[in-house]
Design a protein around this ligand. Sequence first.
Ligand code: GLA
Length: 360
Amino acid sequence: MPPERSSAFAPGRVNLIGEHTDYNRGLALPFAIAEGVTVHARARHAGANERADERVEAEAVDLGERDEFPLRAPAPAEGWRAFVRGTVAELADAGFPLVGAHLQIASGVPSGAGLSSSAALEVALCLALIELGAPGSTAAVDRTAIAGLCSRVENSWVGAHTGLLDQMASLHGAPGTALLIDFRTLSVEPVPLRLGGWRLALLDSGERHVHASSGYNQRRAECTRACELLGVESLRDAGEQAIATLPEPLRSRARHVAGENRRVLEAVAALRADDLPALGALLDASHSSLREDYEVSTPTVEDTVQLMRSAGAAGARLVGGGFGGNVLGLFAPGATPPAHAREVQPGPGAHLLEAHLPEH
Ligand code: GLA
């Protein structure tokens, strides 16, 4: 007997370092944050309407919008509806037993802000729907496989050719720790984030992006083209000399990826050595590379980075895909982040909640 209700929470993420490396089979060092998406799911029953249990009804609480679609083979849609329909369809395709459901979705992560609101939505939907369809099964679910399923939602239903960074961070996150993710092997190694009185803070540039229509897909296509020209499977396999033979802008893109992979390993070493000034310098170097070589910054993001630096940040960089969103700053004890910046710390990864969907 499926349970009547289930609820799940999935966090957004901050990527400490390792940007635009995930779809190049490289390295990144993200952590889950306290803000995320909560999904309350309630099973629908046929009752008077014979087919009610074959349908999904979704309510986006913050937007005051709703959607209703068939459990099997929903039609494509736009905006938040594409994520919900896509997640249901991909779960069904992967063979998860689903039941018709009423879904109530509440988001605490701004969308397009570089904090992975969309991954949080997909992951929370996955956990709530898997649990509703097969009670107790969520605990044993292969979290890395779920990350792959969610990225198919992004690629096929939303049109954003994103990698696995956001979903892996949301699914594998844990308090007090960043995650060293190797996107070639999909291994995840916890790296304790010992800040010893230093602070990490986010400052919102106020500028919003949509990866399906920003330069994100173009950057990804440029990396694919660079691999074709070099005859390698991913930019992880491209050496410095080979990269130097590429035409522009591919040479700059590949140079960013190679440098960023190196900086991730250096950041892990800095954290292990409690060398936070070195971590700050790496954040700065990452940002310069994203601005100059990968060209995903904007004037508004640059102003935001400047605000962080003027406030005394030991390092500051854009987080996520770029073209707007948040800037992350590292502050030594005694330095005060700018007004409106908010401190961030690693929080728990995606998990089930006690179900408490209000009666309708
Ligand atoms: C977005 C994508 C991720 C990743 C980052 C850049 O957040 O969803 O897959 O590519 O941009 O590192």
